[in-house]
Design a protein around this ligand. Structure first.
Ligand code: CTP
Length: 406
């Protein structure tokens, strides 16, 4: 199979240096990337850097390699076009069909998904001209992602920061696998997603926890934010993951902290997805000092207390019309298959949807992929083939959207 062909357009903003990391992430995961910077972008990163990292020559204008008709060919041959960073100027040109360099020509000739990753000062992002240009591009089926909030150039902070490069690579792979994965069908929908594994302290330095990486919950929050939802991510402990652009993140540690944060956010939410691995038990006593071993004393015995089942509480206190989604990690055994256990759990938990992952043998925990079934309380059973966690996230949001329409 030939490598997927990605055009990486680079706009003239300081965040252009982060395009190098996106480029590296894509080439290292087997993509053929052609970089098309604007003239202004080359003020920030030299063409030689893009050429060395992509293995292809880099041009900005339409008057190089003229017989190759590059201004048409580059766009037509692409499987995906990304613009990283998309400046206010580039969004304006794209919205109005201005084609005065190789990148803007490419945007007009591409027939594959085109995704802009904006980066600009908050004032520029919020200006009515930019708002209108973004709306126009989205109305034509182009993807203009939500920028991150945080530190901008100089002393400013606010909305308009480029999404994290790892997140851009993840969304690019999602669009290559599923060109229709990011419709703006969750605009105005308030979503809560929990992620990661809780830690239940034994003493100031030790805790009980689990192997959850948080990747699935983060992918759900990321995809929902890019489909237009107002997302609160309640994150327990995860491997190092960038905060999803466009989401509000609340960091928690214990199951009880997660419980408080999820219920506070759920009180206003239309959809709650419990993807977190919440500890079912916590040590009954938390020592104030580090527990010491001693030859004179018997070894300590840990007694456990039961934590509240947050999902069950959500189902009990559900607002009218609220959709509640649970996750279940299951293994088959002598009593039944993964699917048998999952059907029973869906009934027991009373959730609207239950995403069931088959676990064991290295499956699901910490990996990039997931598989299983998505079970609905209406009897629907959608098999989820092995695929990236972002792909599973987009299938889950499709199911939530059809649930909300009923
Ligand atoms: N969950 C929760 N609160 C807990 C434990 C789990 O909200 N204290 C949620 C998880 O986030 C997940 C779902 O419940 O969405 C399923 O968790 P799981 O541990 O698989 O189910 P249990 O009810 O604990 O069943 P089991 O007996 O199989 O452990």
């Amino acid at each position: 199979m030939s490598k997927p062909r990605v055009v990486l357009g680079v706009g003239g903003g300081i965040a252009a240096y982060k395009a190098c990391e996106v480029l590296r992430g894509l080439t290292e995961s087997g993509h053929d990337v052609r970089v098309v910077p604007t003239e202004a972008a080359l003020n920030f990163v030299g063409a030689a850097t893009f050429e060395a990292l992509s293995g292809h020559p880099v041009h900005t204008g339409v008057f190089t390699e003229v017989p190759e008709v590059q201004h048409v060919r580059v766009g037509k041959e692409a499987d995906l076009v990304l613009v990283v960073p998309a400046t206010a100027n580039l969004l304006a040109k794209a919205a109005h069909g201005i084609a005065d360099d190789l990148l803007t020509n490419t945007l007009l000739t591409a027939r594959c998904p085109v995704a802009f990753f904006p980066a600009m000062h908050t004032e520029m992002w919020e200006h009515p001209a930019t708002r209108d240009n973004v709306a126009l591009l989205r109305s034509r089926g182009m993807i203009v992602t939500e920028p991150d909030s945080g530190r901008l150039t100089g002393v400013d902070t606010g909305k308009g920061r480029l999404a994290n490069p790892a997140e851009i690579v993840d969304l690019a792979k999602l669009l290559l696998a599923r060109p229709d994965a990011l419709p703006r069908d969750l605009e105005g929908v308030r979503v809560v997603v929990s992620a990661g594994g809780t830690r239940e302290p034994l003493d100031p330095v030790r805790y009980l926890s689990n192997r959850s990486s948080g990747k699935q919950g983060y992918a759900l929050a990321r995809v929902a934010a890019q489909r237009g939802a107002d997302v609160t991510l309640v994150a327990a402990h995860t491997v190092a993951l960038p905060d999803p652009a466009g989401a509000t993140v609340r960091h928690v540690s214990t199951a009880e902290e997660m419980r408080q944060a999820v219920h506070a956010a759920a009180a206003e939410a239309d959809v709650v997805v419990m993807a977190a691995a919440v500890a079912d038990f916590r040590p009954a006593n938390r020592a104030d000092h580090k527990i010491k071993k001693s030859d004179d004393q018997p070894d300590p015995v840990i007694t456990l207390d039961r934590n509240a089942d947050i999902l069950a509480e959500l189902v009990r206190n559900r607002r009218s019309g609220q959709v509640v989604v649970g996750f279940a990690a299951e293994t088959g055994d002598a009593q039944g298959s993964v699917l048998d256990h999952a059907r029973t759990k869906l009934k027991r938990k009373g959730a609207d949807l239950l995403m069931v992952n088959a676990v064991g043998d290295g499956k699901a925990f910490g990996t990039e992929d997931n598989s299983g079934w998505l079970l609905g309380s209406d009897g629907t059973e959608i098999p989820i083939p092995l695929g990236a966690k972002a792909e599973l996230a987009s299938t889950l949001w499709d199911a939530v959207v059809s649930f909300m329409k009923r």
